[in-house]
Ligand binder design. Structure first.
Ligand SMILES: [Fe+2]
Length: 373
């Protein structure tokens, strides 16, 4: 059979007629213990320095495809630098939030940040950055990134050895007349239906308003005074590390929020037996304390230094801390879901499912909780 006689390709259609509503595929929780993290730190530190200076241990969930993340859209990695080491300058379209576990160092870029233990900071997309260990100890950090999602979409952009200085670029060949005439300020913006549908010029898509997104830093010593110190005080038990660039999406980056939670020693743990659920996934790093989480009926015990995929998206989960309370950094891909309009929240399993951002949300269960609440 020659090329002209080949059979037509199989149809790309799959029959879905009458198909029932699809259930979500919910991943299992995954615990990465302090001992596993410490062993990986030692392994990474023992390697010869890689050419780009990056010593990275990526955490891959057993349900993930090759090279994917700890959750379907979130890549989490352990990164180590020895004293005096620096990575090459990089830029990527992924957004990142980082937590310093040990040592101290600097995020280098247009604006540099000096970072120490328990600090949290962001690395915005498409800004050249590098990390330098300018301390005496190993610099160890956890990096949370939406690179896993971008990989699945086939659109991850990563560039090493980036020059910080501006490079000369070729002209796009447009005349000054074209630039002025076909800018969004002059583009059509036409009401189409009484209900609100409009027609707009393409300029609105190619020159969207810019919201400044610098790297920001939440030093632990500045956050700590705002968190619960004693049972019954009026300080909050959970606070959001808010970056104004995320606007109503209430994030630390465009994909993730980070919260610090602290329950003082002696604070009674959650009294319920059933949990809650949300479509955003949650990853907890336990800085202090011990306890357990029940995730879709499976109890997982955790202690200080453990990382836990504690709430795969839409899993029912509840957390129970021990008598010495707990301090926990939680990362959730909540802002991404707000942007998509897909953020569902069900605070009690027999309560309504709320579409956050599109109807009145959940109130009344956070705040300075008193004993017994
Ligand atoms: Fe939750």
């Amino acid at each position: 059979m020659n090329a002209r006689m080949q059979a037509p390709p199989a149809t790309p259609f799959v029959d879905a007629s009458g198909q029932k509503a699809r259930p979500p595929h919910i991943w299992k929780p995954l615990l990465i213990t302090r001992e596993m993290i410490e062993a990986e730190v030692e392994r990474l530190a023992s390697l010869p320095r890689p050419a780009n200076g990056k010593r990275i241990g990526r955490i891959i969930h057993p349900s993930a495809g090759p090279g994917m993340g700890l959750s379907p859209g979130t890549e989490v990695s352990l990164q180590v630098l020895k004293p005096g080491e620096q990575t090459s300058f990089t830029r990527t379209n992924a957004n990142q939030v980082e937590l310093c576990l040990r040592g101290a160092g600097s995020l280098l870029g247009e604006k540099s940040l000096r970072l120490s233990r328990q600090s949290v900071w962001t690395v915005p997309p498409m800004r050249p950055y590098a990390h330098r260990n300018d301390g005496q100890d190993l610099w160890v950090r956890l990096t949370y990134s939406n690179a896993a999602l971008l990989q699945q979409l086939g659109v991850i952009y990563e560039e090493d050895d980036v020059e910080i200085r501006a490079t000369e670029t070729e002209s796009d060949g447009l005349s000054e007349h074209q630039r002025r005439t076909y800018a969004w300020q002059n583009a059509p913006d036409t009401p189409l239906t009484p209900e609100g549908a409009r027609l707009r010029g393409y300029e609105y898509l190619t020159d969207i308003p810019v919201v400044d997104n610098p790297p920001l830093h939440w030093p632990w010593e500045r956050v700590d005074p705002h968190l619960n110190k004693q049972v019954g005080d009026d300080l909050r038990t959970i606070l959001l590390l808010y970056h104004p660039a995320t606007e109503r999406r209430a994030g630390t980056t465009h994909s993730f929020f980070a919260t610090w939670a602290r329950f003082a020693p002696g604070h009674p743990p959650f009294a319920g037996t059933r949990g809650h659920r949300h479509t955003s996934m949650a990853i907890n790093y336990h800085m202090q304390g011990h306890g357990s989480s029940v995730v879709d009926g499976e109890r997982v015990h955790w202690k200080a230094g453990d990382l836990l995929l504690s709430a795969p998206g839409w899993s029912e989960h509840a957390h129970y801390h021990g008598e010495e309370g707990c301090t926990v950094l939680t990362i959730q891909d909540h802002p991404m879901h707000i942007g998509l309009g897909s953020l569902l929240w069900q605070e009690r399993m027999n309560a309504p499912i709320l579409a956050l951002g599109m109807e009145s949300g959940q109130t009344g269960y956070t705040g300075p909780r008193k004993p017994g609440e």
